[in-house]
Design a protein around this ligand. Structure first.
Ligand code: ATP
Length: 501
């Protein structure tokens, strides 16, 4: 399946409306925008919930929701208007634009940093005789293209505004207010889930590179002098992280404590959040061997970042960046302070006025969703299925009346309502053979199927079938909620009753 897995994901996405091009009924709809249907949106929401639980809740972060359209002055302050530009190249024959760095990387099979000087990219195109991939025409010279998406607000569009290119800008703008009103004490994470917009010149590979996408961001504000003072250090110090060091071809497993000792990271706070990041995506169900932190070289990372580790996952598209982990220092607060004229300094317990430093964990919602689909898609006896973590599945369970008579649908409906009343998300299917219903449910990753049969009427019991093992147990209807809750917490089916086949 491996070779064509990507096509299979797209085929499933289209057939079951997981995701599909926005405004598809119009022939002129631009590429790079995606809608999510009921099942896709349910999985997407659960990805966000999972992250919220692991970061906002367990790390005691402050979560905000900022506006997506911001005034031009914000992006003068952040530096985006000047420097948020990608190298692009145009075919002289068919006039198609391409991202120069991505095109060269794909052709030569080696990562070419987007920050490479333009003349170096021109030289590579000449040296490797790279032509337009669509029509084989000659490529022109590489130039820089600003990716900001402009929007005009006001009666005559007189207010120049932009759609934010990274959700984190709202967090920086909120910092001083959080200090004042939320009794913020460093170190403190401020988090946000929301839209980001980039004029990607060649949107591709479906939801992994689009113009409009969503980010789950955590910005950790801290006093750089106290980067090694961390309450929870013990929890992670022996945890092993999968690191691809600069210039290295092999992933090494390095304890958080050793990352600090070997000066691979600037301090414990950073090793701590790298560990919590790997733990979270591992818990989501992506196999550890498909995860890595790639140390990013100076000429590839953002100019303000003192250290960058891209968190990547091995998918059918190759290694895909899911999260940018950046040491943004005091760059953002300092610049917004200068440009807005507002004091964004923080008074420490020692009464020093400092501009806090920031460690950023900027994760893509859409890429995480894609990686979850890609790594969970398996081939079973009945066909392809998604072996999703029950916490990320579109429904907690499915209910099937075995036949549409003998009071079975009524009992099945009653069980469904009762579960829904207790916040379980339930899928109901009463059409086709039971085998077809299992296959339909497995295909969209529903972890447990409950079948209501004639014995259910006689003995108040139902069967629960596990998607991955296809094993079944018979349980009392009264115990259903407790058992389903435990199964969601990764307890095993065999802990609750005897297998019946
Ligand atoms: P790339 O090098 O792949 O363009 P980037 O380094 O520019 O990504 P960041 O600016 O660091 O990405 O953004 C943080 C995260 O936001 C990325 O790791 C990714 O998950 C997500 N992201 C960025 N650009 C896009 C996009 N065009 N479509 C979907 N997700 C994106």
């Amino acid at each position: 399946m491996e070779g064509s897995k990507y096509d299979k994901i797209l085929e499933l996405a289209s057939r079951k409306s997981l995701f599909y091009p926005s405004a598809e009924i119009y022939p002129n709809a631009p590429a790079g925008f995606w809608d999510f249907g009921p099942i896709g949106q349910a999985i997407r929401r659960k990805v966000v919930d999972f992250w919220s639980h692991e970061f906002v809740n367990k790390e005691n972060m402050l979560e905000i929701h900022g506006s997506q359209i911001l005034p031009q002055s914000v992006f003068e302050g952040s530096g985006h208007l000047k420097s948020f530009a990608d190298p692009i190249v145009q075919c002289s024959k068919c006039k198609k634009f391409e991202r120069a760095d991505k095109l060269i990387s794909e052709i030569i099979g080696k990562n070419v940093p987007e920050s490479s000087p333009i003349d170096k990219l021109d030289d590579l195109i000449k040296e490797k005789k790279i032509k337009c991939q669509k029509c084989k025409g000659e490529l022109g010279n590489v130039s820089k293209f600003n990716m900001m998406v402009e929007s005009l607000v006001g009666k005559q569009g007189e207010l120049k505004t932009f759609l934010r290119p990274e959700a984190c800008q709202s967090i920086f703008l909120n910092f001083a207010r959080m200090v004042k009103t939320m009794r913020l004490k460093l170190p403190q994470g401020i988090a946000q889930v929301g839209g980001a917009f980039r004029n990607e010149i060649s949107p591709r590979q479906s939801i992994t590179r689009s113009v409009e996408f969503s980010q789950m961001e955590a910005e950790i504000f801290f006093d750089p002098k106290k980067i090694n003072e961390l309450k929870n250090w013990r929890e992670v110090k022996d945890y092993k992280l999968r690191i691809l060091k600069l210039q290295s071809k092999n992933i090494e497993e390095i304890k958080a404590e050793d990352l600090v000792k070997q000066k691979l990271v600037p301090g414990r706070l950073i090793a701590y959040y790298l560990a919590r990041t790997q733990q979270t995506w591992d818990k989501m169900g992506i196999p550890l061997e498909k995860l890595r932190f790639r140390e990013v070289d100076k000429d590839e990372r953002a100019f303000y970042s003192l250290a960058t580790f891209d968190f990547e996952v091995l998918t059918s598209l190759g290694w895909l960046e899911l999260i940018a982990n950046n040491y943004r220092t005091d760059y953002d607060l300092k610049n917004h302070m200068e440009h807005s004229g507002t004091d964004l300094q923080y008074s420490t317990e020692e009464s020093d006025k400092i501009i806090p430093h920031i460690w950023e964990i900027s994760a893509g919602v859409d890429r995480t969703m894609f990686a979850i689909l890609d790594t969970s898609m398996k081939e079973g006896k009945e066909g392809l299925y998604l072996s999703l973590n029950p916490k990320l599945a579109p429904f907690d369970c499915a209910i099937f009346p075995l036949v549409n008579k003998d009071d079975l649908p009524e009992l099945a409906e009653k069980i469904k309502k009762d579960l829904q009343e207790s916040w379980f998300e339930v899928f109901y299917d009463d059409s086709g053979s039971i085998g077809r219903r299992y296959a339909r449910s497995d295909e969209i990753g529903i972890p447990f199927n409950i079948t209501v049969d004639h014995d259910s009427i006689k003995s108040n019991t139902v069967t629960i079938r596990d998607r991955d093992s296809t094993k079944q147990i018979r349980v009392n209807i009264k115990e259903l909620k407790t058992i389903l809750s435990s199964l969601k917490e990764n307890k095993e089916l065999k802990d609750f009753g005897k297998y019946i086949n």
